[in-house]
Design a protein around this ligand. Structure first.
Ligand code: GCO
Ligand code: MG
Length: 418
């Protein structure tokens, strides 16, 4: 009979699954990453990503100080129970810090359990629904012509889908546009960079950009665009309607979705497909958006929304309403998240697309992985688990470097959404 104390005594194969160590690794191979490494008594190692861009150390401390002591001695095979323990047990539910920490534990445990079964992770989820996951890359430029050239380069590399962003004339710096020859990376300074924003200027250039892209590249390439939460609902409705002739795959983050009903206004005026959710961390952030069919793609991903265990629930709920997945995949999501996401993408029946911004060579070296790109798709590998490891010696050569995301201000100096 249970006296209410946690069951720390485990037997037989469960003893082999007992967690004997859990460590947080912070490294900056070009950008910061937080990784959780869990090891079982039998020596199986699982990795989970816990990176929250610009707030990395908050999650590292949440894990190190509050989660790790709870893991030691527990059965790594009880993924669901540990998820519920960390979610319900904290009392303070949801939020990006909590849900990223839970995700790190969850992904590490799925990695361990798949390795124990000697199976690739997708097999543990129910097996493949497809071989490769359609991905989109990021084309950007200082003007329409440069952006179009960049789209061409992606098409030449074999991409079937490309996100296009171009600088807004009259603004010194625009979201998504690289500086010089360097790849775009938003968290560039120790304190937030102050940038200027004007929605009216932006609304003029974007339809012209996509008009030109269709002239230059035809209708076969899938085109996407990210509004990055800058518009009000009625401005977003205007843009979505103006973009209709260019048949976007999606318009992303057209307006902030804290008020989920905002999307009703956009939907009322346009048939441009809508995607949202990279900043969500729970099914509750998108329940109305999904159940009312106000969006077409949900971007909430494994690392910021409680791991595979929670995102699987979210994807199933979305599937009931014909909403497809379109996971966030910027560079601040580590190769560990990308590996786990690709296994998920291989399985999930209502898959839409996967974002893929290339990681730097330094990052690739620190996180060896077996996923690869071919003909517009990313393929997860066949090694047991999620197929991503960490070279800890190399990671130690790149100490944490404080960086924060920029902020945006309107022409009158008041704060806006970056
Ligand atoms: C995207 C995102 C990123 C975010 C970044 C913030 O669609 O890829 O909007 O570019 O800005 O992930 O950390
Ligand atoms: Mg985005």
């Amino acid at each position: 009979m249970s006296d209410g104390t946690p069951q720390m005594q485990v037997e037989g194969s469960a003893r082999d699954r007992q967690i004997v160590s859990a460590r947080v690794i912070v490294t900056c191979p070009g950008r910061n990453f937080v990784t959780l490494r869990i090891e079982t008594r039998s020596g199986i190692v699982g990795l989970g990503d816990a990176t929250l861009n610009g707030r990395e150390l908050a999650v590292a401390s949440y894990l190190q100080d509050h989660v790790v002591p709870n893991l030691i001695g527990r059965d790594a095979g009880r993924i669901e129970d540990l998820w519920q323990f960390l979610y319900r047990g904290a009392y303070w539910r949801r939020g990006p810090v909590t849900m990223s920490a839970i995700a790190a534990v969850d992904v590490a445990l799925w990695d361990i359990v798949a390795k124990l079964a000697k199976l690739p992770l997708y097999q543990m989820l129910g097996g493949r629904s497809r071989e490769g996951a359609l991905v989109y890359g990021h084309a950007n430029g200082r003007d329409i012509a440069e952006t179009s050239d960049e789209v061409r380069r992606y098409i030449e590399k074999g991409f079937l889908a490309v996100r296009a962003q171009c600088a807004v004339p009259g603004l010194p710096k625009t979201y998504g546009i690289a500086v010089g020859a360097k790849a775009y990376e938003p968290a560039e300074s120790e304190l937030p960079l102050e940038t200027a924003w004007s929605t009216s200027k932006y609304l003029q250039i974007v339809p012209k950009l996509f008009e030109q892209l269709r002239v230059d590249h035809g209708n076969d390439i899938e085109l996407l665009h990210d509004g990055h939460h800058r518009m009000t609902p009625i401005e977003a409705a205007r843009l979505a309607r103006d973009l209709e002739p260019y048949r976007l795959f999606w318009l992303e983050d057209a307006t902030p979705a804290e008020n989920q009903r905002s999307f009703e206004i956009i939907r009322r005026h346009s048939v441009t497909p809508l995607a949202v959710g990279e900043v969500f961390n729970s099914i509750w952030d998108c329940k109305h958006l999904i159940s009312e069919q106000l969006i077409d793609y949900i971007r909430t991903t494994i690392v910021h929304a409680g791991g595979i265990t929670h995102v699987r629930r979210l994807a199933d709920f979305a599937g009931l309403h014909q909403v497809r997945t379109g996971f966030h995949g910027a560079t601040d999501l580590s190769p560990v998240t990308m590996g786990a996401a690709l296994h998920f993408d291989s399985w999930v029946p209502n898959f839409g697309i996967q974002e893929w911004m290339f990681h730097s060579q330094e990052t690739e070296d620190v996180f060896p992985h077996d996923y690869f790109f071919r003909d517009g798709r990313l393929f997860c590998g066949e090694s047991p688990g999620h197929g991503v490891s960490i070279d800890e010696k190399l990671a130690a050569r790149y100490p944490y470097s404080p960086r924060q995301l920029p902020v945006a201000r309107l022409p009158d100096g008041s704060m806006w959404d970056w």
